[in-house]
Design a protein around this ligand. Structure first.
Ligand code: COA
Length: 178
């Protein structure tokens, strides 16, 4: 499995992957919601605010994740991981965790110090994410499942409580996704 950073030549393969994977796991309507989200994320996010990572086998995309900038009131450099998909046939073989670790290593080298995500704590804890209360850092949109608000520090410092709102990129600023 080859890991690399996303570039726009892979856009269609990546959008198709998210549509296929989420249609299979959550139903066709959700597959379309995620495909539209990824299309929008790629089209509307400034290059310095977006980092995608892909896993490929024989030129076929088997997994993809995106991190986008989250502006936080403390001024720390923060990104949020969303969405994540591994091709249905390749799930539970470690691709998701390896891809996330690959992305975190790149973010560190770009001096990102805080990373957030929103998802299943039992899965994301495998790559260092921990539950975080919104009294410490607010989510950018109202959370339907506050238990899924997760974060990790990349600089070894404890995440300090910060008052005030956070701001995600436009494509993610959609209550339907939260
Ligand atoms: C969730 C997903 C990204 C995980 O990637 P993966 O490559 O299959 O997972 P990995 O091989 O890295 O890790 C496997 C481990 O995670 C667990 N796991 C897999 N999917 C999980 C999920 N949705 N929730 C909780 N745990 C999960 C497996 O049980 C396994 O645990 P084990 O190592 O203790 O046996 C992938 O299954 C997927 O794309 N699912 C459909 C889309 C989705 O739900 N995306 C995430 C939205 S938050």
């Amino acid at each position: 499995m080859k890991f690399s950073l996303f570039n726009e030549s892979k856009s269609q393969q990546v959008i198709d992957l998210f549509k296929r994977v989420f249609s299979a796991s959550e139903g066709e309507a959700e597959g379309q919601v995620i495909a539209d989200f990824v299309t929008n994320l790629i089209a509307t996010t400034a290059p310095q605010d977006l980092m995608g990572c892909i896993a490929e086998e024989n030129e076929m995309v088997a997994g993809c994740i995106f991190f986008s900038r989250l502006t936080v009131p403390s001024g720390k450099v923060a990104f949020i991981l969303s969405p994540v998909a591994v091709s249905t046939d390749d799930q539970s073989t470690g691709i998701g965790q390896n891809l996330i670790q690959y992305g975190l290593d790149h973010l560190k080298s770009f001096n990102v110090t805080l990373v957030f995500t929103y998802g299943d704590p039992s899965y994301y804890s495998k790559t260092g994410f921990e539950q975080i209360n919104e009294s410490v850092v607010q989510a950018p949109c109202p959370l339907s499942q506050p238990i899924g608000w997760l974060a990790q520090s990349l600089d070894g410092q404890v995440i300090q409580s910060m008052a005030g709102p956070t701001q995600c990129v436009e494509a993610l600023n959609n209550p339907e996704l939260w």
